[in-house]
Ligand binder design. Sequence first.
Ligand code: COA
Length: 260
Amino acid sequence: MTYQQIKAEVKENIFYITINREQKLNALNKEVLTELATAIAFAAENDEVRGVLLTGAGEKAFVAGADISEFQNYNLAEGKELARSGHINVFDAIENCPKPVVAAINGFALGGGLELAMACHIRIASENAKLGLPEVTLGLIPGYGGTQRLAQLVGKGRAIEMITTADMITAEKAYRIGLVNEVVPQAELIAKAEEILAKIKQRAPLAIASAIKAVNSGLKVGVNGFEVEIEEFANCFQTEDFKEGVNAFLEKRKATFKGK
Ligand code: COA
């Protein structure tokens, strides 16, 4: 698959995705979203991929939001379709991806950009990053899951404050309130994300997929996360990786997992 708006390549079992519209601060236009959907589907299905590193081109922005120029004349039906297709094809697809997706937030993460980072499983920010949901300055609200995922990550009070004031927060504040996992100097950002993914890719892939599914289940309305955990825990016993992990421990050697 060749991409025009993103760069995507697998290196040593990590799928690197870089949104590549630096001149427009990597704003999410239709093409970017379509290519992201394709890339995430590839990551989910490809056995070689053990984790995903998602970032934006340049040193100024991760993603400065949905491309405002594209929806300026939208009506109710078009607005609904924009949000719904984005949710299904990109944002939910990332959240439900069986391979951990790490967002390396290298600058502005605003609107759809912060929503994209929040759909990822892990967020690492550079010290210069600025995060916010400024949609109400445009007469909109977040439409790619921001009202839900921000409240899940930082609590209802802080989420409503960030959304209704439209204020951007620093990386340091984002760390303090639990919106990002770590803050590092810009020059160390990718290395920090790679360090996390290097650990993940040594672990049992099917167990990781089960863990993501179980954690996500607890946040879904009408789904009993504890029941999903029981099912997924039990499923692990049927895998070759479980046998390999336990044998390796008992034989005092390092396990080699196959994702089977
Ligand atoms: N949609 C479309 N284009 C965008 C964009 C967006 N969300 N964010 C930035 N751009 C474009 C700008 O229009 C500009 O294009 P141009 O050079 O052709 O004029 C280019 O990216 C650079 O942005 P600029 O605004 O000149 O940079 P800045 O350093 O002055 O400001 C921001 C940076 C992030 C503060 C500012 O770009 C901004 O507020 N962007 C919109 C953020 C937003 O509201 N996102 C939510 C959308 S729902």
